[in-house]
Design a protein around this ligand. Structure first.
Ligand code: FES
Length: 129
């Protein structure tokens, strides 16, 4: 039983490793990002547009996503008045805090970037397409 559980754990860990890509790197100082004002950066490589959103004044309420729409890869932007990430190419829409699809042709949620605050700086820790 313990062996089976261990094997399962290793399988899950291996799976996680292949899904989560990107090395930890600092993005921006926390005080440079206003609540509700999206911050553009690149992650996991310099050619991967990404967006970060501070959803409340609470420092931990920060989400970050790939800016590439999961339909055909156009970049999404925040439509604050509609409370959504919007892709203008084919009217795809995503929930701003979770990245889940709200409407339109995108087949899945926006790729998620794990973030963490370290010494008043927002760090990206990994990317899950
Ligand atoms: Fe975004 Fe088609 S590329 S909806």
């Amino acid at each position: 039983g313990a062996l089976a559980a261990g094997t399962l754990g290793i399988a899950a860990w291996t799976q996680l490793r292949t899904i989560n890509t990107g090395a930890p790197q600092p993005i921006v100082a926390l005080d440079q990002v206003a609540v509700g004002d999206p911050y553009l950066f690149s992650y996991p490589t310099g050619n991967d547009p990404a967006i970060l959103l501070r959803t409340t004044a609470t420092a931990t309420d920060i989400v970050a996503f790939s800016q590439k729409c999961t339909h055909l890869g156009c970049v999404v932007f925040l439509q604050a008045d509609e409370d959504r990430w919007h892709c203008p190419c084919h009217e795809g829409n995503f929930e701003p805090r979770t990245g889940e699809v709200i409407s339109g042709p995108p087949p899945r949620a926006l790729g998620r970037i794990d973030v963490e605050i370290r010494d008043d700086t927002i760090w990206a820790l990994g990317y899950q397409p």
